[in-house]
Design a protein around this ligand. Structure first.
Ligand SMILES: C[S@@+](CC[C@H](N)C(=O)[O-])C[C@H]1O[C@@H](n2cnc3c(N)ncnc32)[C@H](O)[C@@H]1O
Length: 333
Protein backbone atom coordinates (compact mmCIF):
# COMPACT_ATOMS: atom_id res chain seq x y z
CA UNK A 1 0.00 0.00 0.00
CA UNK A 2 1.40 3.40 -0.86
CA UNK A 3 -0.07 6.79 -0.16
CA UNK A 4 0.48 9.25 -2.98
CA UNK A 5 -0.20 12.92 -3.64
CA UNK A 6 -3.33 14.53 -2.23
CA UNK A 7 -5.59 17.26 -3.50
CA UNK A 8 -4.30 19.61 -0.83
CA UNK A 9 -1.39 17.73 0.77
CA UNK A 10 0.06 14.32 1.58
CA UNK A 11 -1.55 11.98 4.11
CA UNK A 12 1.73 10.76 5.51
CA UNK A 13 4.92 12.66 6.22
CA UNK A 14 3.39 16.13 5.92
CA UNK A 15 5.69 19.01 6.85
CA UNK A 16 4.51 21.16 9.75
CA UNK A 17 4.27 24.11 7.30
CA UNK A 18 2.02 21.98 5.08
CA UNK A 19 -0.15 21.01 8.04
CA UNK A 20 -0.43 24.65 9.13
CA UNK A 21 -1.50 25.86 5.68
CA UNK A 22 -4.02 23.02 5.45
CA UNK A 23 -5.46 23.97 8.85
CA UNK A 24 -5.61 27.64 7.72
CA UNK A 25 -7.46 26.71 4.52
CA UNK A 26 -9.94 24.59 6.49
CA UNK A 27 -10.52 27.39 9.03
CA UNK A 28 -11.05 29.93 6.21
CA UNK A 29 -13.60 27.65 4.53
CA UNK A 30 -15.35 27.16 7.87
CA UNK A 31 -15.37 30.93 8.54
CA UNK A 32 -16.74 31.72 5.05
CA UNK A 33 -19.40 29.03 5.42
CA UNK A 34 -20.40 30.16 8.92
CA UNK A 35 -20.64 33.82 7.80
CA UNK A 36 -22.90 32.94 4.88
CA UNK A 37 -25.10 30.18 6.29
CA UNK A 38 -25.63 31.52 9.81
CA UNK A 39 -27.17 34.64 8.25
CA UNK A 40 -29.72 32.66 6.21
CA UNK A 41 -33.34 32.23 7.25
CA UNK A 42 -33.59 29.73 8.87
CA UNK A 43 -30.04 29.86 10.24
CA UNK A 44 -28.05 26.85 9.12
CA UNK A 45 -24.63 25.26 8.76
CA UNK A 46 -23.84 22.66 6.06
CA UNK A 47 -23.34 19.14 7.42
CA UNK A 48 -19.86 18.90 5.92
CA UNK A 49 -18.68 21.07 8.84
CA UNK A 50 -19.64 18.31 11.31
CA UNK A 51 -16.49 16.36 10.43
CA UNK A 52 -13.44 17.68 12.24
CA UNK A 53 -11.32 15.00 14.00
CA UNK A 54 -13.74 14.80 16.95
CA UNK A 55 -16.79 14.81 14.65
CA UNK A 56 -15.31 11.95 12.60
CA UNK A 57 -14.63 9.95 15.79
CA UNK A 58 -18.16 10.60 17.07
CA UNK A 59 -19.60 9.49 13.73
CA UNK A 60 -17.60 6.25 13.94
CA UNK A 61 -19.09 5.64 17.39
CA UNK A 62 -22.62 6.36 16.07
CA UNK A 63 -22.12 3.55 13.52
CA UNK A 64 -21.94 1.10 16.46
CA UNK A 65 -25.26 2.22 17.95
CA UNK A 66 -28.04 -0.38 17.78
CA UNK A 67 -30.38 2.33 16.46
CA UNK A 68 -28.10 3.41 13.56
CA UNK A 69 -28.56 0.50 11.15
CA UNK A 70 -27.18 2.05 7.97
CA UNK A 71 -23.60 0.88 8.49
CA UNK A 72 -24.40 -2.74 9.33
CA UNK A 73 -27.01 -3.02 6.56
CA UNK A 74 -24.70 -1.60 3.90
CA UNK A 75 -21.81 -3.78 5.05
CA UNK A 76 -23.99 -6.89 4.74
CA UNK A 77 -24.82 -5.93 1.16
CA UNK A 78 -21.17 -5.21 0.32
CA UNK A 79 -20.07 -8.62 1.59
CA UNK A 80 -22.90 -10.45 -0.15
CA UNK A 81 -22.44 -8.77 -3.55
CA UNK A 82 -18.72 -7.98 -3.53
CA UNK A 83 -17.84 -10.40 -6.36
CA UNK A 84 -20.41 -8.88 -8.69
CA UNK A 85 -19.38 -5.34 -7.78
CA UNK A 86 -15.74 -6.34 -8.25
CA UNK A 87 -16.47 -7.36 -11.84
CA UNK A 88 -17.25 -3.70 -12.62
CA UNK A 89 -13.73 -2.89 -11.46
CA UNK A 90 -11.63 -5.59 -13.11
CA UNK A 91 -7.95 -6.35 -12.55
CA UNK A 92 -5.89 -3.20 -12.08
CA UNK A 93 -9.06 -1.08 -12.05
CA UNK A 94 -9.53 2.05 -10.04
CA UNK A 95 -12.01 2.59 -7.24
CA UNK A 96 -12.73 6.16 -6.19
CA UNK A 97 -14.56 6.63 -2.91
CA UNK A 98 -16.20 9.93 -2.01
CA UNK A 99 -16.50 10.64 1.73
CA UNK A 100 -14.72 7.41 2.64
CA UNK A 101 -14.82 8.07 6.40
CA UNK A 102 -12.75 5.46 8.24
CA UNK A 103 -12.40 3.33 5.08
CA UNK A 104 -13.82 0.18 6.66
CA UNK A 105 -16.51 -0.29 4.02
CA UNK A 106 -14.02 -0.11 1.17
CA UNK A 107 -11.75 -2.54 3.03
CA UNK A 108 -14.75 -4.88 3.38
CA UNK A 109 -15.57 -4.60 -0.33
CA UNK A 110 -12.00 -5.17 -1.51
CA UNK A 111 -11.48 -8.06 0.91
CA UNK A 112 -14.44 -9.91 -0.60
CA UNK A 113 -14.34 -8.72 -4.23
CA UNK A 114 -11.43 -10.90 -5.36
CA UNK A 115 -10.03 -8.11 -7.60
CA UNK A 116 -6.28 -8.15 -8.32
CA UNK A 117 -4.10 -5.05 -7.80
CA UNK A 118 -6.84 -2.40 -7.64
CA UNK A 119 -5.97 1.22 -7.03
CA UNK A 120 -8.02 3.33 -4.63
CA UNK A 121 -8.53 7.09 -4.58
CA UNK A 122 -10.06 8.31 -1.31
CA UNK A 123 -11.71 11.73 -1.18
CA UNK A 124 -12.74 13.26 2.15
CA UNK A 125 -12.55 16.66 3.76
CA UNK A 126 -11.75 15.15 7.13
CA UNK A 127 -7.98 14.66 7.41
CA UNK A 128 -8.40 12.28 10.32
CA UNK A 129 -10.91 10.15 8.36
CA UNK A 130 -8.40 9.89 5.51
CA UNK A 131 -5.66 8.76 7.88
CA UNK A 132 -7.92 6.07 9.34
CA UNK A 133 -9.00 4.99 5.87
CA UNK A 134 -5.43 4.66 4.60
CA UNK A 135 -4.70 2.54 7.68
CA UNK A 136 -7.82 0.38 7.15
CA UNK A 137 -6.55 -0.53 3.67
CA UNK A 138 -3.02 -1.37 4.80
CA UNK A 139 -2.21 -5.02 4.23
CA UNK A 140 -4.64 -5.31 1.31
CA UNK A 141 -3.42 -5.59 -2.28
CA UNK A 142 -4.31 -1.97 -3.09
CA UNK A 143 -2.40 1.21 -3.93
CA UNK A 144 -4.01 4.17 -2.14
CA UNK A 145 -4.08 7.85 -3.07
CA UNK A 146 -5.81 10.27 -0.71
CA UNK A 147 -7.39 13.60 -1.69
CA UNK A 148 -8.08 15.99 1.14
CA UNK A 149 -10.94 18.20 0.01
CA UNK A 150 -14.60 18.35 -0.91
CA UNK A 151 -16.24 15.84 -3.25
CA UNK A 152 -16.10 18.31 -6.14
CA UNK A 153 -12.47 19.24 -5.51
CA UNK A 154 -11.44 15.59 -5.30
CA UNK A 155 -13.34 14.58 -8.43
CA UNK A 156 -11.91 17.47 -10.43
CA UNK A 157 -8.37 16.59 -9.28
CA UNK A 158 -8.58 12.93 -10.36
CA UNK A 159 -6.03 12.01 -13.00
CA UNK A 160 -7.50 10.73 -16.29
CA UNK A 161 -7.78 6.94 -16.42
CA UNK A 162 -7.69 5.81 -20.05
CA UNK A 163 -6.59 2.19 -19.54
CA UNK A 164 -8.82 0.70 -16.84
CA UNK A 165 -12.41 0.95 -15.61
CA UNK A 166 -13.28 3.20 -12.68
CA UNK A 167 -15.78 2.29 -9.97
CA UNK A 168 -16.99 5.37 -8.10
CA UNK A 169 -18.34 4.52 -4.63
CA UNK A 170 -20.58 6.88 -2.69
CA UNK A 171 -21.68 4.97 0.39
CA UNK A 172 -23.33 5.55 3.75
CA UNK A 173 -26.21 7.50 2.19
CA UNK A 174 -23.96 10.57 2.00
CA UNK A 175 -26.02 11.46 -1.10
CA UNK A 176 -28.90 12.09 1.33
CA UNK A 177 -27.11 15.13 2.75
CA UNK A 178 -27.92 16.95 -0.51
CA UNK A 179 -31.31 18.35 -1.46
CA UNK A 180 -32.59 17.04 -4.82
CA UNK A 181 -31.04 19.83 -6.96
CA UNK A 182 -27.73 19.49 -5.04
CA UNK A 183 -27.75 15.71 -5.48
CA UNK A 184 -28.37 16.08 -9.22
CA UNK A 185 -25.56 18.61 -9.53
CA UNK A 186 -23.15 16.33 -7.66
CA UNK A 187 -24.15 13.35 -9.84
CA UNK A 188 -23.31 15.54 -12.84
CA UNK A 189 -19.80 16.19 -11.46
CA UNK A 190 -19.41 12.44 -10.79
CA UNK A 191 -20.52 11.59 -14.34
CA UNK A 192 -18.04 14.15 -15.67
CA UNK A 193 -15.21 12.28 -13.93
CA UNK A 194 -16.17 8.95 -15.56
CA UNK A 195 -16.03 7.43 -19.03
CA UNK A 196 -18.90 5.49 -20.62
CA UNK A 197 -18.92 1.96 -19.16
CA UNK A 198 -17.48 3.06 -15.79
CA UNK A 199 -19.56 2.27 -12.71
CA UNK A 200 -21.16 4.08 -9.79
CA UNK A 201 -22.00 2.26 -6.55
CA UNK A 202 -24.49 4.31 -4.57
CA UNK A 203 -25.59 3.49 -1.01
CA UNK A 204 -28.86 5.18 -0.01
CA UNK A 205 -31.10 4.86 3.02
CA UNK A 206 -34.78 4.09 2.45
CA UNK A 207 -37.91 5.56 3.98
CA UNK A 208 -38.88 3.58 7.07
CA UNK A 209 -41.16 4.06 10.07
CA UNK A 210 -40.75 7.48 11.70
CA UNK A 211 -39.88 5.96 15.07
CA UNK A 212 -36.90 4.09 13.57
CA UNK A 213 -35.73 7.19 11.72
CA UNK A 214 -35.84 9.35 14.83
CA UNK A 215 -34.06 6.78 17.01
CA UNK A 216 -31.24 6.76 14.47
CA UNK A 217 -30.80 10.55 14.67
CA UNK A 218 -31.72 11.21 18.32
CA UNK A 219 -30.34 8.14 20.04
CA UNK A 220 -31.03 7.47 23.72
CA UNK A 221 -27.27 7.50 24.53
CA UNK A 222 -26.93 11.06 23.28
CA UNK A 223 -24.08 10.36 20.84
CA UNK A 224 -25.82 12.07 17.93
CA UNK A 225 -26.53 15.04 20.19
CA UNK A 226 -22.80 15.24 20.97
CA UNK A 227 -21.97 14.93 17.24
CA UNK A 228 -24.34 17.81 16.49
CA UNK A 229 -23.21 20.03 19.38
CA UNK A 230 -19.60 19.49 18.36
CA UNK A 231 -20.33 22.07 15.66
CA UNK A 232 -20.67 24.65 18.43
CA UNK A 233 -17.39 23.42 19.92
CA UNK A 234 -15.77 23.90 16.49
CA UNK A 235 -17.21 27.43 16.22
CA UNK A 236 -15.82 28.22 19.68
CA UNK A 237 -12.35 26.72 19.22
CA UNK A 238 -11.69 27.59 15.57
CA UNK A 239 -13.56 30.88 15.19
CA UNK A 240 -13.46 32.22 18.77
CA UNK A 241 -17.26 32.03 19.19
CA UNK A 242 -18.92 32.07 22.60
CA UNK A 243 -21.69 29.48 22.29
CA UNK A 244 -22.63 27.99 25.67
CA UNK A 245 -23.33 24.31 25.04
CA UNK A 246 -25.98 24.18 27.78
CA UNK A 247 -27.92 26.85 25.88
CA UNK A 248 -28.76 24.42 23.05
CA UNK A 249 -30.71 21.20 22.62
CA UNK A 250 -30.26 18.62 19.86
CA UNK A 251 -33.42 17.96 17.87
CA UNK A 252 -34.14 15.49 15.05
CA UNK A 253 -37.37 15.83 13.08
CA UNK A 254 -38.85 13.75 10.27
CA UNK A 255 -40.02 16.09 7.53
CA UNK A 256 -42.36 13.68 5.77
CA UNK A 257 -43.25 16.05 2.94
CA UNK A 258 -39.61 16.58 1.98
CA UNK A 259 -38.71 12.96 2.89
CA UNK A 260 -35.79 13.98 5.08
CA UNK A 261 -34.65 13.76 8.68
CA UNK A 262 -33.43 17.18 9.80
CA UNK A 263 -31.01 17.81 12.64
CA UNK A 264 -31.22 21.11 14.45
CA UNK A 265 -29.60 22.87 17.39
CA UNK A 266 -32.40 24.61 19.30
CA UNK A 267 -31.68 27.71 21.35
CA UNK A 268 -33.09 27.18 24.85
CA UNK A 269 -33.39 30.91 25.50
CA UNK A 270 -32.96 34.29 23.86
CA UNK A 271 -29.20 34.73 23.64
CA UNK A 272 -26.66 36.95 21.93
CA UNK A 273 -23.74 35.17 20.30
CA UNK A 274 -20.54 36.32 18.65
CA UNK A 275 -18.43 34.48 16.07
CA UNK A 276 -15.44 36.82 15.73
CA UNK A 277 -13.57 34.59 13.24
CA UNK A 278 -16.51 34.98 10.84
CA UNK A 279 -17.14 38.66 11.73
CA UNK A 280 -20.61 37.81 13.06
CA UNK A 281 -22.72 38.86 16.01
CA UNK A 282 -26.44 38.00 16.28
CA UNK A 283 -29.26 37.20 18.68
CA UNK A 284 -31.04 33.86 18.72
CA UNK A 285 -34.64 33.84 19.92
CA UNK A 286 -35.78 31.18 22.40
CA UNK A 287 -36.74 28.13 20.31
CA UNK A 288 -34.92 29.39 17.20
CA UNK A 289 -32.86 26.68 15.52
CA UNK A 290 -29.67 26.27 13.58
CA UNK A 291 -30.30 23.60 10.94
CA UNK A 292 -27.18 21.44 10.75
CA UNK A 293 -27.99 18.39 8.62
CA UNK A 294 -30.54 16.92 6.23
CA UNK A 295 -30.65 13.19 5.54
CA UNK A 296 -33.00 12.51 2.65
CA UNK A 297 -34.64 9.08 2.62
CA UNK A 298 -35.65 7.38 -0.60
CA UNK A 299 -37.96 4.87 -2.18
CA UNK A 300 -35.93 2.35 -4.24
CA UNK A 301 -37.19 3.81 -7.54
CA UNK A 302 -36.25 7.38 -6.47
CA UNK A 303 -32.60 6.32 -6.49
CA UNK A 304 -32.84 4.99 -10.02
CA UNK A 305 -34.64 8.12 -11.24
CA UNK A 306 -32.09 10.43 -9.61
CA UNK A 307 -29.06 8.73 -11.16
CA UNK A 308 -30.66 8.00 -14.53
CA UNK A 309 -31.40 11.73 -14.92
CA UNK A 310 -27.64 12.20 -14.63
CA UNK A 311 -26.66 9.85 -17.48
CA UNK A 312 -26.29 6.65 -15.45
CA UNK A 313 -28.13 3.39 -16.17
CA UNK A 314 -29.15 1.12 -13.32
CA UNK A 315 -27.60 -2.35 -13.55
CA UNK A 316 -28.44 -3.84 -10.15
CA UNK A 317 -30.17 -2.84 -6.95
CA UNK A 318 -29.86 -4.81 -3.72
CA UNK A 319 -31.91 -4.07 -0.62
CA UNK A 320 -31.17 -5.03 2.97
CA UNK A 321 -34.62 -5.52 4.48
CA UNK A 322 -33.45 -5.44 8.08
CA UNK A 323 -31.94 -1.94 7.80
CA UNK A 324 -34.13 -0.83 4.84
CA UNK A 325 -31.05 0.26 2.94
CA UNK A 326 -30.32 0.07 -0.81
CA UNK A 327 -27.07 -0.41 -2.67
CA UNK A 328 -27.42 0.35 -6.37
CA UNK A 329 -24.89 -0.31 -9.11
CA UNK A 330 -25.09 2.02 -12.12
CA UNK A 331 -23.18 2.19 -15.38
CA UNK A 332 -22.14 5.51 -16.89
CA UNK A 333 -23.87 5.69 -20.27
C1 LIG B 1 -21.65 10.10 7.16
S1 LIG B 1 -19.92 9.93 6.99
C2 LIG B 1 -19.90 8.42 6.03
C3 LIG B 1 -18.57 7.78 5.97
C4 LIG B 1 -18.55 6.49 5.12
N1 LIG B 1 -18.87 6.77 3.73
C5 LIG B 1 -19.54 5.49 5.66
O1 LIG B 1 -20.45 5.14 4.93
O2 LIG B 1 -19.37 5.06 6.80
C6 LIG B 1 -19.58 11.18 5.80
C7 LIG B 1 -18.10 11.29 5.40
O3 LIG B 1 -18.03 12.16 4.26
C8 LIG B 1 -17.17 13.26 4.53
N2 LIG B 1 -17.80 14.43 3.90
C9 LIG B 1 -18.99 15.01 4.23
N3 LIG B 1 -19.27 16.02 3.39
C10 LIG B 1 -18.24 16.07 2.51
C11 LIG B 1 -17.94 16.89 1.38
N4 LIG B 1 -18.80 17.85 0.97
N5 LIG B 1 -16.79 16.67 0.70
C12 LIG B 1 -15.92 15.68 1.09
N6 LIG B 1 -16.14 14.88 2.16
C13 LIG B 1 -17.29 15.07 2.85
C14 LIG B 1 -17.07 13.36 6.03
O4 LIG B 1 -15.84 13.92 6.43
C15 LIG B 1 -17.24 11.91 6.47
O5 LIG B 1 -15.99 11.25 6.55
Amino acid sequence: MTTAAKTRSRAAGRSSAGQASEADASRRAFADGARFYLQQTPRQLPSRFLYDALGSALFDAICHLPWYRITRGERRLLVRHAREIGRALGAGGRVVELGCGNGEKLATLLTHAGVRHPRAHLIDLSGSALQHAARALEGLDVRVTTHHGTYDEGLLALPPEPAHPTLLAFLGSNIGNFDPPGASALLGVMRGALRPGDALLLGADLVKPERDLLLAYADPLGLTAAFNKNLLVRLNTELGADFGLDGFTHRAVWNRKASRVEMHLVSRRTQAVAVPGAGLRFTLAAGETIWTESSYKYQPEDIRRLAEAGAFVQRKQWIDDEARFALTLFEAS
